[in-house]
Design a protein around this ligand. Structure first.
Ligand code: UD1
Length: 428
C-alpha cells in the first residue's frame, strides 16, 4: 500500500491550480444516463472515485471516451464524453457500489429512464451510518415500488415515474441530486422542499437545464421540476472544487507562506474566509482565484459548527482541526452532519495535539508545535488533515493507507511539492 511522507517546516510559496469538483463531477457523470445523446464534461478531476463510477456506468452500457483537457492545464483534469445510447443493464453490483456511496445516484436516473433498477446498498467512507432512506422514500412518492433483498435495492416503476411533493426532514445532498435527476424525466411536476443548496447541486441543475430539463428555484431550498419526455446531450464544465480550495487554504495557513490558488472562486468558500481571517490568516480574492498568506504571525483558535451549505462544510472539518492544533488558545469544533467523523483526532493526538472529544464537539487546545509520526488515514478528508498537520510539524510524518486520498485529491504531492513542500509518495 502506498504511503506519503511529509517533512514539515517548509513555507509554501507560488501557485496551485485547483481541479474540478469531484462532488459535482460524480452526479454530472450519472446524469448521462438520462439521455441517449452524448454528454461532454470538461474539467473532470483524475481521481479513483471518478474511474470507479466510470466502471459502474460502463457496466450499465455508457460509452465513455476520455479527451485531453484544454491546453495550459498540464496534467490536471480531463474531459469525458459519456454516451448512453442504450442502457444495456439496470443493475449496479455490490463489488463496485460498495466502494463509493455516490454510485447509489444511478438508481433515480435508471428508474426514470428504464422504469426499474437493481442497485446494491452503498459503502463509501467509514464515517458513521449513512442510510439512503430519503432517496428511497422520494422514489416511492414518485410511484416506485421498493424491495430490499440480499443487500440490494430492487426498484420497479412499471408505469414510469410521476411528479410528487417531497419534503426532506433534513438536508441531504445525495437525495436532492438523485430525486432531481429522476424528476427531470417524470410525468408532471415535482417539488423538492428543504433541498440541498450546495454549489454542486446548482452545477447539476445548470447541466440538466442545458440538457432540456425544466427546473426553477436554483440555489434555493425549494426546487420545482416540470418533467419532460426526453433530455438531449449537452456540454458542461465542472465547477471548481471548493473542498480542495479550502484544503489548500488551510495547508498554507498551517505551513506559512503565500500561495495563489488559481482556477477557483472565493464565493465557493464564503463560510471559510471570515473564520480564517478571524484566526489571523490573510485571504484575498484575485483575478484568477484566491491568495492566501500567513507570514510569521501566529494565529488564534476559532469555534465552528459544520452545517449544510452555506454553512461551514463537514468536508473541511478535519482540515480545520489540523490547523487549529497549533493555534493560540482553544478551538471548539462541532460536527452536526455525520456521526463518527472525528477519527482523525486520535491520529493528530499521536503527533502531539491536545484534543478532547465531548459528544459532537472536539475541544482543541493549541500546542506550540506538532511532531512528525506514523499515522493512519481513515477516510478521505481525514487523510488530508494528516498531511496538513505534517506540513506544520517538526520532523517526518508518514501517512499510511493513502488510497483514501487518491479518491478525492488530484495529484496532491505534485501540487504541494511545486510550492515548496517536502512531500513524497512511497510505492508499496
Ligand atoms: C455528500 C458529499 C460528501 C459530504 C456530504 C455532506 C458527494 C459525493 N458527497 O455526501 O462529501 O460530506 O454530502 O455535505 O457529494 N442521510 C440519511 N438518509 C439519507 C441520506 C442521508 O440519513 O437517505 C444522512 C447521512 O447519513 C448524513 C446526512 O444525512 O448524516 C447528510 O448526508 P448527505 O448530504 O446525503 O451526504 P452525501 O450525499 O452522502
Amino acid at each position: 500500500m502506498d504511503r506519503i511522507q511529509v517533512r514539515g517546516g517548509n513555507r509554501l510559496n507560488g501557485q496551485i491550480r485547483i481541479s474540478g469538483a469531484k462532488n459535482a463531477a460524480l452526479p454530472l457523470m450519472v446524469a448521462s444516463l438520462l439521455t441517449d445523446e452524448p454528454l461532454t464534461l470538461a474539467s473532470v478531476p483524475r481521481l479513483t472515485d471518478i474511474a470507479q463510477l466510470g466502471e459502474i456506468l460502463a457496466g450499465l452500457g455508457v460509452q465513455i471516451e476520455q479527451q485531453p483537457q484544454a491546453t495550459g492545464s498540464g496534467s490536471i483534469g480531463h474531459t469525458l464524453k459519456l454516451h448512453a445510447s442504450t442502457i444495456a443493464s439496470t443493475e449496479a453490483p455490490y463489488d463496485l457500489v460498495r466502494k463509493m456511496r455516490a454510485s447509489f445516484l444511478v438508481i433515480g436516473p435508471l428508474v426514470a429512464r428504464c422504469h426499474g433498477a437493481k442497485v446494491s446498498l452503498p459503502g463509501g467512507c467509514a464515517i458513521g451510518t449513512r442510510p439512503v432512506d430519503l432517496h428511497l422514500k422520494g422514489l416511492e412518492a414518485m410511484g416506485t415500488e421498493i424491495e430490499l433483498s440480499d443487500g440490494y435495492v430492487i426498484a420497479r416503476a412499471p408505469k414510469g415515474l410521476h411528479g410528487a411533493r417531497i419534503s426532506f426532514p433534513f438536508v441531504s445532498v445525495g437525495a436532492t441530486e438523485n430525486l432531481l435527476m429522476a424528476a427531470a424525466l417524470a410525468r408532471g411536476t415535482t417539488v423538492l422542499e428543504n433541498a440541498a443548496t450546495e454549489p454542486e447541486i446548482t452545477d447539476l441543475v445548470h447541466c440538466l437545464q442545458a440538457m432540456g430539463a425544466r427546473i426553477t428555484g436554483t440555489g434555493t431550498r425549494t426546487l420545482t421540476i416540470e418533467g419532460v419526455d426526453r433530455l438531449k446531450g449537452a456540454s458542461h464544465t465542472v465547477l471548481p472544487d471548493r473542498i480542495e480550495t479550502g484544503t489548500y487554504v488551510m495547508a498554507v495557513a498551517a505551513a506559512g507562506g503565500e500561495v495563489e490558488l488559481t482556477e477557483t472562486r472565493a464565493d465557493l468558500i464564503e463560510a471559510v474566509i471570515p473564520l480564517l481571517r478571524d484566526a489571523g490568516v490573510s485571504i484575498i480574492p484575485t483575478a484568477k482565484g484566491i491568495k492566501v498568506s500567513r507570514n510569521g504571525a501566529h494565529y488564534t483558535g476559532v469555534d465552528v459548527t459544520t452545517e449544510p451549505y452555506p454553512g461551514f462544510p463537514t468536508d473541511l472539518q478535519a482540515q480545520l482541526m489540523a490547523l487549529m492544533c497549533t493555534a493560540n488558545g482553544v478551538s471548539r469544533i462541532t460536527e452536526t452532519i455525520f456521526e463518527n467523523r472525528f477519527m482523525h483526532a486520535p491520529e493528530l493526538t499521536r503527533m502531539g495535539a491536545d484534543i478532547t472529544i465531548e459528544h459532537q464537539t472536539a475541544v482543541v487546545r493549541g500546542v506550540e508545535r506538532l511532531r512528525g509520526a506514523p499515522v493512519m488515514a481513515t477516510d478521505l478528508r481525514a487523510s488530508v488533515s494528516l498531511i496538513i498537520a505534517g506540513l506544520a510539524a517538526e520532523g517526518e510524518t508518514t501517512v499510511n493507507r493513502v488510497y483514501h486520498l487518491d479518491r478525492g485529491f488530484e495529484r496532491i504531492e505534485e501540487k504541494l511539492s511545486a510550492v515548496g513542500a517536502d512531500i513524497r509518495r512511497t510505492k508499496g
